[in-house]
Design a protein around this ligand. Structure first.
Ligand code: NAP
Length: 505
């Protein structure tokens, strides 16, 4: 490192999706301007930049799936498409003056806590820096997961993941294999079916699919929402309230979800007349155990004559032949993996080394755990946005993100009150107590009792991703930092350089 200059900042935010941009706005609102947003790609937007596959849209209504502090009266549809959501995030970046803070193409390679100086040493693709506080907003849906399929390297055709769509590859006239039946795949299937010569869908587990109540938001509504902001707020409030009322069925009384199962079965019956295909598409676990999917076009696409369902996972590839777990064989020119993301084994965790010299991934090898979804023991001044057990089954993640940003704001206030150079480190006992309470509540939830395997559960079968309560409750428990849950680290041997100065290391 000799001779290299490290820039020091008060806060380094990692990622520029909803979480990172939201953190940046929140820091500025707290009067903190000495921060950078480190982004590995060349543009902001996170998952809404990366996922540009045909048909990509959000199935949480846009008036709820947006920041409370950046309302958009012009949302074009109930469920807006990727293009509009991405444009919204670009707009937030401009409106809140975030561009000067952005460091694009600055992938974080490593983070190491300096135990004597009480700051983070950060190596990025754009050079090194140090920071008092790190906000990790890398998101759970950022690193694509490809199954380890033997022989995949022998496939002579095109292969890509749903989050890395190759728009230069023309699907017209091709035999395409789609792997997976999650939220991404069920949007892709109806979008590409009209183009391809043959589409084969590999389904390991059938999802529950409900009708999608999507429609255009009329010009009159948009006008009203612009001129009378209270109507926009009321719309958001209604969308939020309905979802809050549904929570207890997911978290406490899964048997109440039976009504939704009837609705979903009816939806399936209307579109699929072939009893064999219908049976293959009928789930055998409680609705809500996996994420409930919304689509009016998925089942009709599967009923098309040139679309086939293989009711088994992809097991092996032999050249251009795809072998399913049921032994059936399919010839294909292209494979599209809609196989999800590294959610319970966040790749960033391998790059963060804390106060004990261990990485976050090592500390989390038996399951992710963080106080109030944010701070892990042994990793001072390191806050995660969308951390462990902050995920939702039925509402808008933006509500959870904003709650975590309130926690961040109070964290920064507490550090200010302590005076320069102090750090906070979550007590192991507090993290354990928080985790114990969550896991106890998790026992009754549909995610744990519904009889399915989902990405909510980690390799040990523990649910380290979902929040077992309402968003209002999460907002309440993240309003303030309770200093009793933290050890205060004193700046005994801290370097003398102030924030924002250049420090030679
Ligand atoms: P996902 O929900 O994790 O689904 C992955 C799919 O791949 C599952 O169906 C899984 O089967 C299947 N799979 C894995 N290995 C397989 C194999 N060898 N053969 C066949 N199938 C295999 O991933 P995703 O669809 O990308 O969605 C991830 C999350 O992103 C969603 O849950 C949602 O939160 C978000 N998302 C939201 C929207 C939206 O708002 N509309 C759209 C896209 C994504 P099993 O079920 O058997 O494991």
């Amino acid at each position: 490192m000799a001779g290299r200059e490290r820039r020091h900042v008060r806060v380094a935010v990692i990622g520029s999706g909803f979480g990172g941009l939201g953190a940046a706005v929140r820091l500025r609102r707290e009067g903190i301007t000495d921060f950078v947003v480190l982004e590995r790609a060349g543009a902001v937007g996170g998952t809404w930049r990366d996922n540009s596959y045909p048909g990509c849209a959000c199935d949480v209504p846009s008036h709820l799936y947006s920041f409370s502090f950046a309302p958009n009266p012009q949302w074009p549809r109930n469920f807006s498409g990727q293009r509009h959501i991405r444009a919204y995030l670009e707009g937030v970046t401009d409106t809140f003056g975030l561009r000067p803070h952005l460091r694009l193409n600055a992938e974080v390679r490593s983070l190491r806590w300096n135990t004597t100086g009480l700051y983070w040493e950060i190596e990025t693709a754009d050079g090194p820096l140090t920071a008092d506080v790190v906000v990790s907003a890398t998101g759970p849906l950022s690193d694509p997961k490809l199954p380890d399929v033997p022989g995949l390297d022998t496939f002579p055709g095109k292969v890509f993941h749903s989050a890395r769509w190759d728009h230069d590859f023309d699907l017209r006239g091709r035999r395409v294999a789609m792997i997976g039946t999650g939220a991404s795949a069920i949007q892709i299937v109806p979008a590409i079916a009209p183009e391809v010569e043959r589409l084969t869908l590999f389904q390991r587990t059938p999802p529950w699919v409900l009708p999608r109540a999507d429609r255009r938001i009329t010009a009159a509504e948009q006008w009203l929402h612009t001129k009378v902001p209270a109507t926009r707020a009321a719309r958001r409030g209604l969308l939020w309230g309905i979802r809050e009322m549904q929570v207890s069925a997911f978290t406490k009384r899964p048997e109440r979800l039976g009504m939704l199962e009837m609705l979903a079965k009816n939806h399936l019956r209307k579109a699929i007349k072939d009893p064999g295909l219908r049976a293959a598409l009928t789930p055998d676990y409680r609705i809500g155990c996996k994420r409930i999917l919304l689509s009016n076009t998925y089942y009709p696409a599967l009923a098309r004559p040139h679309v086939d369902l293989v009711p088994a996972g992809l097991k092996e590839v032999r050249g251009s032949t795809l072998v399913a777990a049921d032994g059936s064989e399919t010839e294909a020119d292209a494979i599209v993996f809609g196989t999800g993301f590294h959610v319970t084994d966040l790749p960033i965790a391998q790059r963060v080394t804390g106060a004990n010299g261990t990485t976050l991934a090592e500390e989390w090898k038996d399951g992710m755990a963080a106080l109030r979804g944010s701070t892990a023991a042994g990793f001072p001044n390191f806050l995660t946005v969308i951390g462990p057990n902050t995920g939702l089954g039925n509402s808008s993640m933006i509500l959870m993100i904003e709650a975590q940003l309130n926690y961040l704001a109070d964290y920064m206030r507490q550090l200010d009150l302590l005076g320069g150079g102090f750090a906070l480190s979550a007590r192991q006992s507090a993290v354990d107590e928080w985790t114990r309470k969550i896991q106890r509540r998790m026992e009754r939830t549909v995610w744990n009792t519904g009889g399915c395997d989902s990405w909510y559960l980690d390799a040990n079968g523990r649910n380290t991703t979902a929040w077992p309560g309402t968003t209002a409750e999460f907002q309440r428990v993240t309003r303030r930092v309770d200093l009793a849950e933290y050890e205060v680290l004193r700046p005994a041997d801290r370097r003398s350089a102030g924030a924002g100065t250049e420090v030679a290391v």
